[in-house]
Design a protein around this ligand. Structure first.
Ligand code: COI
Length: 372
């Protein structure tokens, strides 16, 4: 952030101003326009929920479609006690982000990919889903309506959480008769509590995240509550997150609770292949493309726990997490440490990804959607 922005932010406190491109100035020299920011301590954003102004909501219709959605004030939703989501866990969520560039423009990152993933998940969970166009439009509307909550450049992003839930009442075990598509948002900073510090991961060989034939490949809400116990246990011992092994052989790594995992050896980057038990992360596949463009060889395949323990560098990816370097992995009482610090592969990938997301690095891939 330039000194000019920093000075203005501290001078006006929470009522600060967005930055805008000015042809009279160099590209890196933003100017301010009189748009208000929300009252947030932008320097101390973690990954907690901050109540924003608006949310988007649309209900499914009888002819397998969704009504035109609407923005309303952010608030509680009313549900039947017999709603499919409450009784049988018929629910999917997504996570995507809006970023503010130095010149004040607002960008989304590959929101269509989240819309497609929601459709695939809905098919797996027997749910109706909105079209990709409606999904992207809802994300845009929610971001723009909550614009004052998009952090200043370099301070974080607006995390946007689309939800698809079975809201129709159902007593017997079958798909709900009605679905609600809802989108809300919250400004966020770093996902992990120690900020950008390298992660210390714990490999759990008691709990598994999903099984073959389960729903691990889609973003079903039912994949997340079962890992809370493993995460809580690991956090109590000072670990950042848990890495899960496959449930059949207990030999292959799958992913962490909140992110996909990669390991580096020489010029080769390896990550577990998505074979139905691993979430098809949008950051995961973006990082694979970026890494290949940067000249790395990327392998998507079965990766054993032994290979993880012998890697030179390890990192994780996710929308919430972005790209996080891993300092250590502990498995069966053995702790191994990896390369961290300046010049590591994950740092190059992180900088490239974030540069594209905030409009600082040319988007050769057509991933970024400007929404003003
Ligand atoms: C995301 O990265 O967007 C996720 O959905 C992970 C979640 C555990 C915060």
């Amino acid at each position: 952030m330039s000194n000019m922005i920093r000075a203005s932010l501290s001078k006006v406190g929470s009522r600060c101003f967005t930055v805008q491109a000015a042809s009279a100035l160099r590209a890196a020299e933003p100017v301010f326009r009189d748009e208000e920011y929300a009252d947030v301590d932008w320097n101390n954003l973690g990954f907690g929920l901050t109540r924003t102004d608006y949310m988007y909501m649309a209900r499914s219709t009888k002819n397998n479609d969704f009504e035109q959605g609407q923005l309303s004030d952010y608030g509680n939703v009313e549900l039947s006690p017999a709603a499919g989501v409450l009784n049988y866990g018929q629910g999917l969520f997504e996570g995507t982000k809006a970023f503010r560039g130095d010149d004040g423009r607002v960008f989304l990152f590959r929101p269509d990919q989240n819309g497609i993933r929601m459709q695939i998940g809905a098919e797996r969970m027997c749910m109706q889903s909105p079209s990709v166009q409606q999904f992207v439009d809802a994300v845009k509307q929610t971001a723009l309506a909550n614009r004052r909550w998009i952090p200043p450049p370099g301070k974080g992003s607006l995390y946007i959480r689309p939800l698809l839930i079975g809201t129709g009442p159902i007593l017997g075990l079958s798909p709900a008769p009605e679905y609600t598509f809802l989108v809300y948002a919250s400004p966020v900073g770093n996902y992990f509590k120690n900020g950008m510090a390298p992660l210390n991961l714990y490999v759990d060989n008691e709990f598994h995240r999903t099984t073959r034939g389960g729903a691990g490949g889609v973003k079903s809400i039912t994949n997340y509550a079962p890992v809370l116990k493993a995460i809580s246990r690991a956090k109590e011992q000072g670990f950042s997150d848990v890495v899960y092994l496959d449930s059949v052989h207990k030999k292959y790594i799958e992913e962490a609770s909140s992110c996909n995992i990669f390991l580096v050896k020489g010029n080769v980057i390896s990550t577990p292949a998505t074979i139905g038990t691993i979430l098809e992360g949008i950051t995961r596949k973006s990082i694979i493309d970026i890494a290949r463009h940067l000249g790395y060889e990327v392998e998507e395949r079965s990766v054993t726990i032994d290979e993880l323990m012998e890697a030179e560098e390890v990192f994780t990816t996710g929308t919430a997490v972005t790209v996080a370097s891993v300092g250590s992995v502990t498995y069966n009482g053995q702790r191994v440490e990896y390369k961290i610090g300046d010049g590591i592969v994950s740092q190059k990938l992180y900088k490239t990804l974030v540069g594209i997301q905030v409009g600082k690095i040319e988007d050769k891939y057509n991933w970024v959607v400007e929404i003003e």
